[in-house]
Structure formats: C-alpha cells, structure tokens
Design a protein around this ligand. Structure first.
Ligand code: PMP
Length: 417
C-alpha cells in the first residue's frame, strides 16, 4: 500500500504533501527512513512554526507589556495575538480566559495551588480516574498533603474505558473537584468528558480536563464541553516546548489568588501589601515564554489550515488499519481496546520486554516508539504490566509506516524467542 494513495476521500487530506511541512520527518535513523510513532510524547514541528520563531527572534524580540518602543510593541502584539489564536482554537468566550503556562504540568499545578487549595480540607477529596497521567495525580496529592483530604479514583473496565456509572456514584458531597483526562496518553481511550462534566455540574462540582492528547487530534470546544478548566501542552500539538495553556472560566480565574509572585502580575505594590492584576496577567508572573507563545500561535494557524475535523477523521482511519495489522502479528497483545479511542496503540509482545522492543525497533528499522509506564503507573498496575510498548500516531503518519512497524515487531519477536 503506497502512502501517496492515502487521502481522506473528499477532504483534500494529502498526507504526503503534509509530511513535506515537517523537516524532521525526512531523515534516516540507523540507515532507515525515520518512522516517528512517539507523538503522544511529543509532536514534530512544521516549518511554519520553526520559521515563526526564527522570524520573531530575528526581527521582533523585546520584553512584552513594558516597552514603549517599537520592538516592545511588536513583541506584545505577537504574544497577545497568540492568546487570541488559542482562544479561537479552544472556542473560549473571552481571551482573558487563556493563561499561558509552561506546559500541561504547570497548568494543573496552578489550579491545584489556587482554586484547589482554597477548596480542599480534611473532609474533601479530588476525584480522578484510573487512567490519569502522573501530572494529573501528583499536584493534587501535594496540595492535599498540606490541606488534608485525599484522592478518590473512578474505576475502568478491562478495555480501559471509564465506568461512568461508578464515576457518577463517586460524585458525593466530599468531592471538591474532578480532574480527568480527555484522551489517555497510555492507551488512547477517549473519555466521555462532556457527559462527565454534566454529571459533576449537576452536583455543583467543578471539573478540570487534561487535554494534552485531545487538542492535537480533534476539535475541542470548551464552551460546548462546559468544563471549568482545560489544559493544553504546546509541544504535543506540534508547537514549541515550554509553552502551554490553561483555559479557565472567567468566573473562576477572577476569584483565584495568584500562584507565583513577581513582575507583571500586580496592580500596585508596597512593602505592606500588594494588589494583583486581573487574569490572565495575575497568573503570568515574570517574563513569559514569548517565543513559545509566538510559535504556538503559528501552530494554531497551521492546524486550522489542515482542519481539526480532517485530522481526526484521517487518524481514525489510520487507527483502524494499525489495530488490524498489529493485532495480526503473532505474540502481540493490545493493552487498552476502548470503543472510543484515539490513534494510540499500547501493546506487549510475548517474550520481549517493551524496552528491548523499543531499542530493536529503533536500531533495526528506524521506528521510534515509546516503551515504559507512560507516566501512568496506576494504569499499568491495573493491567498487570510494568510497562507497554506504545505507538502513537499523528496526521503525518501513513499506512506504510504502520506496515514497517508491524514487520519490525514481528522480526523483534523472532530475535528474542
Ligand atoms: N497529561 C497527559 C495526558 C500527557 O500525555 C502528558 C504528557 N505525556 C502530560 C499530561 C504532561 O504534559 P507535559 O509533560 O507537557 O507537561
């Protein structure tokens, strides 16, 4: 099957053309063309993003919100312009609901240390799901250790799907907040977040959604979801590292205390006390990652030019194909087989440790996958495995690459058995 034949009917989705936008995809690794299937860990960057950052540093760089000079104005316009692009991308109501942070991890820590800290206490809990990434577990644990209270965990079934009835039963008055992942990075499950948000809200419980693996792969509309907070990591959506977004409803952000203190997050400062700026500035102390925001803005332009619905449709086709091909390889067992799933395939191979598999795939076939617990140790424990191999796809991956993966896995099994 030739990659050049893979277009999504009628949508004009031409994967070969899109691949040309990504310089890093066109290289050999150990003498083989790179097959990059580690997109859940981080996405590659289109030229448009690389060039936007390059242009910014060559022509427009100065500090933001300070200078009365031309470069300061340009940098501020680029930074604030990126915020507006992210507002449109997530369909937030107001641009001030978009807070730039260092990444998804920082977004969760921010909410835990402000909104969370004010609501937690000895009798309070945070409701999570069994499939959370460590960055949506540890921040809550850290704050609960100081305020009292603890975590409750909604269970999943053997396919790796949230058991919604059990989730609902756990929404008791002690729950101060729900924090759940939209799409599991480890097994690809797409959670019914809209339904979960409605269930939580029916009991007056706010909810934070970890959108790290959703935003790069499907349209996200925070108004339609009605979530209280939504977190995004720039580097997973083919943007720069070191930048992410916390979306928060204005009514929450306006009432939240600052988290970090410093320049630009204040209105007035005296040695006795200070007044804080309105959101989002209140949560962006110090010089921000301006170039990162500029790059993220360019990423949004790029993704919108491709079309998030087309991306989602193409990746679903690729997932169907990859699931069929990989599950046909002798000795392969898929871990996580949710009905509603994003293009992530976790698997184990008889007699081959995932780390060995990852190394052999890289050295012998130029295939980059991830091996390990994927920062989801409680989920691995549920499935009774210390680690899995994970192939995670993006819209620039092809069926040919799936074929290379499958034959490399089959060869690796022969080597070890
Ligand atoms: N949540 C999920 C679902 C993730 O996939 C990741 C990254 N693997 C994170 C949170 C953490 O993101 P970051 O390391 O970019 O802060």
């Amino acid at each position: 099957m030739s990659a050049t034949l893979i277009t999504t009917a009628g949508s004009g989705f031409d994967v070969e053309k899109l691949r040309n936008d990504f310089p890093a995809l066109h290289q050999d690794v150990h003498g083989k063309p790179l097959v990059y299937l580690d997109n859940a860990a981080s996405g590659q960057k289109p030229l448009a993003v690389i060039e936007a950052i390059d242009h910014y540093y060559r022509h427009d760089h100065a500090n933001v919100h300070r200078g009365v000079h031309t470069l300061g104005e340009r940098a501020t316009a680029a930074y604030e312009g990126a915020r507006e692009k992210m507002r449109i991308f997530l369909n937030a109501r107001d641009v001030n609901e978009i807070v730039f942070v260092r990444g998804l991890t920082e977004a969760v820590n921010l909410v835990a240390n402000t909104f969370g800290r004010e609501r937690f206490g000895p009798d309070k809990t945070v409701l999570l799901t069994r499939m959370e990434h460590h960055s949506n577990i540890i921040p809550w644990q850290l704050v609960c250790a100081q305020t009292g209270g603890g975590l409750k965990v909604a269970p999943i079934n053997d396919r790796g799907e949230l058991i919604v009835e059990e989730f609902e039963k756990l929404l008791t008055p002690d729950v101060a907040l729900v924090a759940m992942v939209h799409v599991s990075n480890a097994i690809g499950t797409i959670n019914p977040v809209r339904e979960c948000i409605a269930l939580a809200h029916a009991r007056g419980i706010p909810i934070l959604v970890d959108g790290a693996q959703a935003a790069p792969h499907m349209p996200v509309d925070v108004q339609d979801l009605d979530c209280d907070f939504y977190c995004v990591a720039g580097h997973k959506m083919f943007g720069p590292t070191g930048i992410g977004v916390l979306y928060g409803k204005a009514e929450h952000l306006e009432n939240m205390p600052p988290w970090q203190g410093g320049g630009e997050m204040i209105r007035r400062v005296t040695f006795d006390s200070s007044d804080y700026a309105a959101p989002p500035a209140r949560f962006e102390a110090g010089t921000p990652n301006i170039a990162g925001a500029v790059g993220l803005g360019a990423t949004v332009d790029y993704l919108q030019s491709v079309g998030m619905s087309s991306i989602a449709a193409y990746e679903q086709e690729l997932l169907t194909y990859a699931t069929e091909i990989l599950s046909g390889v002798e000795g392969v067992r898929l871990v996580g087989t949710a009905q509603d799933k994003a293009a992530v395939i976790s698997f184990v191979v008889d007699g081959v440790h995932p780390h060995d598999l990852g190394t052999v795939l890289d050295r012998q076939a130029g295939v980059a996958i991830r091996a390990g617990h994927h920062c989801c140790m409680p989920l691995m424990e549920f499935f009774g495995v210390p680690a899995t191999a994970r192939a995670s796809f993006a819209f620039y991956n092809t069926r040919d690459e799936v074929d290379v993966l499958a034959s490399a896995v089959a060869n690796a099994r022969k080597i070890f058995n």
